[in-house]
Design a binder for this molecule. Structure first.
Ligand SMILES: Nc1ncnc2c1ncn2[C@@H]1O[C@H](COP(=O)(O)OP(=O)(O)O)[C@@H](O)[C@H]1O
Ligand SMILES: [Mg+2]
Length: 341
């Protein structure tokens, strides 16, 4: 596989994505409510949280399928919220999205080859039919599909093949940033790993930055450079992968890890005590103070009234009143070992 790193100008130091204080409200529903994140070029950041925490809405704001209520989204240093429609179209080529449900996101009346080639029509280059077809064949090869797939319809393919087509379509415009929204969760368990590995290989070889959205923290244990944990529209912890898996600082991250299946029984034991029993509170009426306090086994008075700021912890940040600068303070040891404040 040929590795072509996209080097557009001297933008090496400019982050692939900068989201600042993003808010996306649907009437009373505060789906995203003060979300900030920086994604360096070429890095894979996992955006993790339960269903309903606002992950997809963040992704849709970044690719401008949604117009944010407020806040800014910069892709490669360019503020997408202040571009004209024509400028946006030009910049759209730099960011692509792969959706959760490959069946729903592929046009059933178009041949696969035309689906994959579609982003090329929106780009600035004018390609001849034969050049376009060669690009489609190359892209199919890159995602592990044969050239003949171009002449099929999406419904004739398996779920895994369809998601490979979605990935090919997303990458044909050589984006500097890919938003992958739960790309494997609608697939058969038996093919999830191969699609995940494909994405990881492509990301490493081509070098695009990737915001990988998932509700399953264990899925990104070997994939992510960095992990951002989202709860009710906000980030509660963001740190490098090794650190977040070795010593999660926020009680919510600890709970997510406890819910994730792990192979090592010793680790399982450590993770056991916290279980996220109740449902996520409504984003129309989020809890006062720390939004996690209604489900947090460590919550005390302050948590019900005061919003915790993101504090510096080793490698990153965490928003919890109990967290100390060394990242400790909120360990959930279970039963009698739990701290009483
Ligand atoms: N178009 C919409 N209109 C109203 N509410 C929405 C809309 N899109 C998402 N929501 C709500 O916003 C919250 C976050 O949704 P979503 O971003 O899909 O979360 P996630 O991807 O983390 O599961 C949910 O409560 C969801 O019901
Ligand atoms: Mg979602």
């Amino acid at each position: 596989m040929t590795a072509v790193r996209s080097t557009q100008g001297s933008s090496g130091d400019v982050p692939a994505l900068e989201v600042e204080d993003l808010k996306m409200h649907f009437g009373p529903v505060r789906a995203v409510d003060g979300f900030s994140l920086t994604l360096p070029q070429g890095q894979l950041t996992a955006l993790v949280g339960e269903s309903g925490s606002g992950k997809t809405t963040v992704g849709r704001c970044v690719v401008r399928l949604l117009e944010p209520t407020s806040g800014s989204v910069k892709v490669g240093g360019v503020d997408m919220t202040h571009l004209s429609r024509r400028q946006v179209r030009h910049h759209d080529a730099r960011v692509s999205m792969v959706f959760q449900d490959p069946a729903g996101s592929l046009n059933p009346r178009m041949l696969v080859g035309d689906i994959i080639a579609e982003p090329l029509r929106m780009g600035r280059e004018r390609l001849s039919a034969s050049r376009r077809s060669a690009r489609v064949t190359a892209e199919l090869g890159r995602v592990g599909l044969g050239a003949e797939v171009a002449y099929r319809y999406a419904h004739e393919l398996s779920g895994g093949q369809r998601q490979r087509v979605s990935i090919a379509r997303a990458l044909i415009s050589s984006p500097s940033l890919l938003i992958a929204d739960e790309p494997t969760s609608a697939l058969d368990v038996s093919v999830q790993a191969s699609v995940l590995n494909l994405l990881a290989d492509l990301q490493r070889d081509i070098g695009f930055a990737c915001l990988f959205i998932t509700h399953d923290l264990s899925a990104v244990e070997y994939l992510a450079d960095e992990v951002a944990v989202m709860y009710l529209g906000q980030i509660v912890e963001m740190r490098p992968r090794e650190q977040i898996f070795a010593a999660p600082a926020h009680p919510y991250t600890q709970a997510l890890l406890a819910a994730a299946p792990v192979a090592d029984p010793a680790v399982q034991k450590r993770r056991d005590p916290v279980i996220l029993g109740d449902d996520l509170p409504s984003p129309s009426d989020p809890p006062s103070g720390c939004r996690f306090h209604t489900r947090c086994p460590l919550a005390f008075d302050l948590c019900t009234t005061q919003i915790p700021e993101l504090r510096t912890v080793p490698g990153g940040v965490a928003a919890c009143h109990l967290v100390q600068p060394d990242g400790t303070g909120s360990e959930l040891l279970g039963g009698s070992e739990r701290r009483h404040i």
